[in-house]
Design a protein around this ligand. Structure first.
Ligand code: SAM
Length: 246
């Protein structure tokens, strides 16, 4: 898990969810039994800002995330559903098998403190177990955030299933795309699924509108931290489809 710096700078406003705002400002995370954590695994303010504006723009009926941890992205999704006037109906699903054992239920506690539990459908299992079941049940999501295990094999499985769980026009976003494991999966998608998954320009969703030189260079080099794809077609490929190197 990367130790990501949290930057609260101009353009970031998390006042729509006081519990999230407090988490970001104080950088204090406490679990159910009182255990304290260093919030290195929180999503960055940049990512949270982009996810928030993606959600406000796409107005997804259902959202899903892999990796609950301290709950910062979960607070964001659930609070934004509430803010959009949706009645609580567990429309956000979060998966994390280690929530209790490793994170002392800190993510679930944050959601409870924010009064958002009814917006959340939490599954305490591996994504490799839950995602295939969701697909089998014909479930669909309009916005998905993948920020669970960062091992190539796990991210590949997450990418395989989440892209197939997307509704038409739905978006899947991946964190830590500069990580070698995640980057490899991103390359696979770009080289082999470009007809069905169109990479989304996230600049309009950033606080700086993608204008910073650092971001523009990172984008040109394909080295931005978060990358997202919109489903624009069917993902099934013929068994003899060519494999484009990645
Ligand atoms: C980087 S943290 C997620 C941070 C979270 N998005 C936030 O903003 O607070 C990654 C989380 O993924 C969970 N995780 C690791 N492997 C997983 C898997 N195979 N399936 C689901 N979750 C997993 C970890 O327990 C950890 O809580």
């Amino acid at each position: 898990m990367n130790d990501k710096a949290i930057t609260v700078g101009p353009g970031f406003d998390f006042a729509f969810c006081p519990v999230l705002d407090e988490m970001i400002q104080t950088r204090l995370i406490t679990g159910r039994s009182g255990k304290r954590f260093h919030p290195g695994a929180l999503s960055t303010s940049n990512n949270l800002h982009m996810l928030r504006h993606l959600q406000l723009s796409l107005k997804p009926a259902r959202t899903l995330e892999v990796g609950l941890c301290f709950g910062s992205s979960c607070l964001l999704f659930t609070a934004t559903h509430r803010e959009m006037g949706r009645q609580a109906g567990r429309q956000h699903m979060a998966l994390d098998p280690y929530q209790k054992e490793a994170w002392d239920d800190s993510g679930l506690l944050a959601i409870e403190r924010a009064g958002l539990s009814e917006y959340l459908d939490f599954r305490p299992q591996l994504s490799s177990v839950v995602l295939p079941r969701l697909l089998e049940n014909g479930e669909q999501f309009d916005l998905i955030y993948v920020d669970g295990s960062h091992l190539f094999e796990d991210v590949f499985i997450d990418a395989y299933y989440t892209s197939r769980l997307l509704s038409e026009g739905g978006v899947v976003a991946f964190d830590d795309c500069r990580d070698a494991h995640v980057a490899k999966v991103m390359q696979f998608i770009r080289r082999n699924h470009s007809d069905a998954l169109e990479e989304l320009d996230l600049s309009p969703f950033r606080a700086d509108q993608g204008k910073s030189v650092k971001y523009r260079v990172a984008r040109l080099m394909g080295k931005t931290q978060m990358r997202a794809f919109r489903r624009v077609g069917t993902l099934s490929r013929p068994y003899n489809a060519p494999l484009h190197n990645f």
